[in-house]
Ligand binder design. Structure first.
Ligand code: MSP
Length: 518
């Protein structure tokens, strides 16, 4: 693998980040960290989408300028991603000068080559979607199906992008590349939407939407949010209309756009048409994740059930985000909807991270200290079916990640952990020690520790701090690439002292967790 470039959707800044936004960023970070374990040349982009009527209206209602609102809320997103240990390479804001200027030139180029033209239009505009909807898109009551609001009738002279010109080519690309849209069951939905596609409005009159990027040479028009927002994926890494800098040439095309299912149409149709018009290669994959509900209910301000990711960390007294990362990343099968509930969160992370994985390491190291003073002797190092299974799990996990099956990959890791727990139960190292079968006992413990090295590598993208703590206690080098992992990881000699053994994750309801609460 030569390089890996991944992006997230850029979030609207008319509110604070919630657990749904966090779900996407956690998935993206897990993907990014996994591929960083397979490749050195990697780049992860995230950011905020700052123009449009919603932001203009929210700012006006608070009596501040749109830019002030953007600065305030964009910072909240940055803070939340820091709390979640999101290791992005760049945070783009669509109000960044460089972005603004390149978007203006992209627009100008498309006008010059007649891919964008001016046209008077009457349409139904939903400010929730920041998009024009057609009659066919609406519910029986004439409402936007996503926002349950009546769209406004807007009559304006706008610029239009000739999307219909690219319709056939887009359909062909989707059909010929079954891995282009992941999960593949969404590809048919997109092909159906494509059937009815029309040219799209890509500007708004400044008199109606003032908070937008100016069209060069036309002071009455502002570039409307989608062409502005989507272009972030190329402006952020150095594209310009002369072909872009070295970084752009190195990273583009993007390996995966991670987005929510609600904005798949914009990415797999609009964005692809724009890229075709610019003569740029297409992204390799678009991964559309599902949506997160709270206690099985759609999150909404009116229901008052919007949860912020940092409030979850605070209410459980968590200093590290690993448990929440693990829970969210495994909340749903690839592309399906998932749910957050406090109770389920607590039960799942206690069962998987504390009981199955953490305890396994803890009691194995404790036995090594109890029976062998923490020493690994040369005769303890043997090849076993279990370490073979661990190496096979590495391959399976990589395969799952190739298709962005993040929950499914974690299941493979936990299966390995369960099998290792069963191996300990079946082998009874305590009985072996009691019966004087010392070498055999040492071999069992060392085998388990070898597997735990592999587990620490595999769990790292989900739980970076827990993985580091595991690796530290195993004197294992976590920076090893997944393709280089071996079954022989534990060094012969003294491994650990009693005082250096510590739980990698404390149960959320344990007295330790309570003590940890601030
Ligand atoms: N600004 C656009 C995206 C432009 S990308 C060039 C946007 N912003 S958003 O703030 O509304 O959503 C940002 C991302 O968060 C989207 O991918 C969206 O699907 C995701 N989610 C928003 N609410 C969500 C849930 N409740 N659950 C999961 N993801 C959710 O769309």
């Amino acid at each position: 693998m030569e390089k890996f470039y991944a992006t997230t959707a850029i979030d609207y800044v008319n509110g604070a980040p919630h657990i749904g936004h966090a779900y996407e960023k956690i998935l993206s970070d897990v993907i990014y960290r996994h591929f960083s374990q397979r490749c050195d040349n990697t780049f992860m982009l995230t950011g905020t989408d700052e123009h449009g009527i919603k932001i203009q209206k929210t700012a006006a209602s608070r009596g501040i300028t749109p830019k002030q609102l953007c600065d305030e809320n964009s910072q909240q997103f940055k803070d939340a991603w820091k709390a979640l240990n999101f290791d992005y390479s760049k945070f783009i804001r669509t109000t960044d000068d460089e972005h603004v200027s390149v978007v203006q030139h992209i627009f100008k180029k498309l006008v010059e080559q007649d891919d964008i033209y001016k046209h008077t239009y009457t349409g139904l505009y939903c400010s929730g979607c920041e998009a024009f909807l057609s009659e066919k898109d609406l519910t029986e009551d004439g409402l936007c199906p996503d926002h349950l609001k009546k769209p406004e009738v807007v009559e304006e002279e706008n610029y239009f992008f000739r999307l219909t010109k690219y319709k056939e080519a887009i359909a062909k690309h989707i059909k010929q590349n079954p891995d282009f849209i992941i999960p593949s069951f969404r590809a048919n939905e997109v092909l159906n939407q494509l059937e009815n596609i029309e040219d799209i409005s890509v500007s708004r009159a400044k008199t109606n939407v003032d908070w937008s990027i100016d069209v060069l040479d036309d002071s009455e028009q502002g570039i409307y949010v989608w062409i502005d927002a989507l272009s972030n994926y190329i402006t952020a890494i150095g594209y310009d209309t002369d072909g872009g800098n070295e970084q752009f040439k190195n990273l583009w095309p993007c390996d995966v756009h991670v987005i929510g299912k609600d904005i798949l149409k914009f990415h797999s149709i609009y964005w692809i048409g724009i890229l075709m018009a610019l003569g740029l290669p297409l992204p390799k994959h678009i991964f559309a994740h599902g949506w997160i509900t709270i206690d099985e209910t759609k999150m909404s301000k009116s229901l008052g059930n919007v949860i912020s990711p940092t409030s979850v960390l605070e209410s459980f007294g968590l200093e590290q985000p690993d448990a929440l990362r693990y829970y969210m990343a495994t909340a749903a099968p690839c592309g399906k909807d998932g749910n957050y509930s406090d109770q389920d969160f607590k039960e799942k992370v206690n069962a998987h991270l504390a009981n199955s994985m953490g305890n396994l390491l803890n009691r194995t190291l404790s036995m090594l200290v109890k029976y062998f003073d923490g020493d690994v002797k040369p005769e303890f190092k043997v090849q076993s079916d279990l370490t073979d299974k661990a190496l096979n799990t590495v391959k399976e996990v990589m395969h799952k990640f190739d298709y962005f099956e993040i929950q499914e990959a974690a299941q493979k890791i936990m299966e390995l952990v369960d099998e290792t727990n069963k191996y300990v139960t079946d082998s009874e190292p305590w009985t072996l020690a009691k019966n004087g079968e010392t070498d055999k006992c040492g071999q069992v413990l060392t085998t388990v520790l070898e597997v735990m090295c592999v587990v620490s590598s595999l769990i790292y993208p989900y739980c970076p701090n827990i993985a580091k703590s595991m690796a530290e206690q195993l004197s294992y080098d976590l920076s090893v690439k997944l393709t280089d992992i071996k079954s022989d990881n534990i060094k012969v000699g003294h491994l650990i002292d009693k005082a250096d053994i510590h739980p990698v994750f404390l149960r959320l309801d344990s007295e330790f967790a309570d003590k940890g609460k601030k």
